[in-house]
Design a protein around this ligand. Structure first.
Ligand SMILES: [Zn+2]
Length: 112
């Protein structure tokens, strides 16, 4: 990876972190506890609880992604960052942004 590519990847990760934080903030709004005494009726309350479970799952996934992005950002300056642990070929930046925890290039990942 050239230093220019590294800088670009770093910016990409930083942008992804910002996007993830925005997502978490908006998901946190929708996963607030459902008030037991609200007058929306039993069925609507079930729906509200269901929606809440869904947004909590999204929130957990978003938090996990954020922590993986932050880990990746912390390692981006290391010489071996972005290299496949199996074959030492560079992992495409797009793949790293999508799956920051990834340590294998596409062909190696497909071998497993
Ligand atoms: Zn590989």
């Amino acid at each position: 990876m050239t230093s220019e590519e590294r800088q670009e990847l770093k910016r990409g990760i930083e942008e992804a972190i910002e996007a993830q934080k925005t997502l978490i903030a908006s998901l946190s709004e929708t996963s607030k506890p459902v008030a037991p005494d609200n007058a929306i009726g039993r069925l609507s309350r079930m729906e509200a609880l269901n929606d809440r479970a869904v947004s909590e799952a999204s929130l957990n996934a978003a938090r996990l992604k954020l922590s993986r992005l932050e880990t990746a950002l912390g390692k981006v300056d290391q010489a071996d960052f972005g290299l496949c642990v199996s074959c030492d070929n560079p992992i495409p930046p797009g793949r790293i942004l999508l799956m920051p925890e990834v340590t294998l290039c596409v062909p190696c990942a497909e071998k497993d």
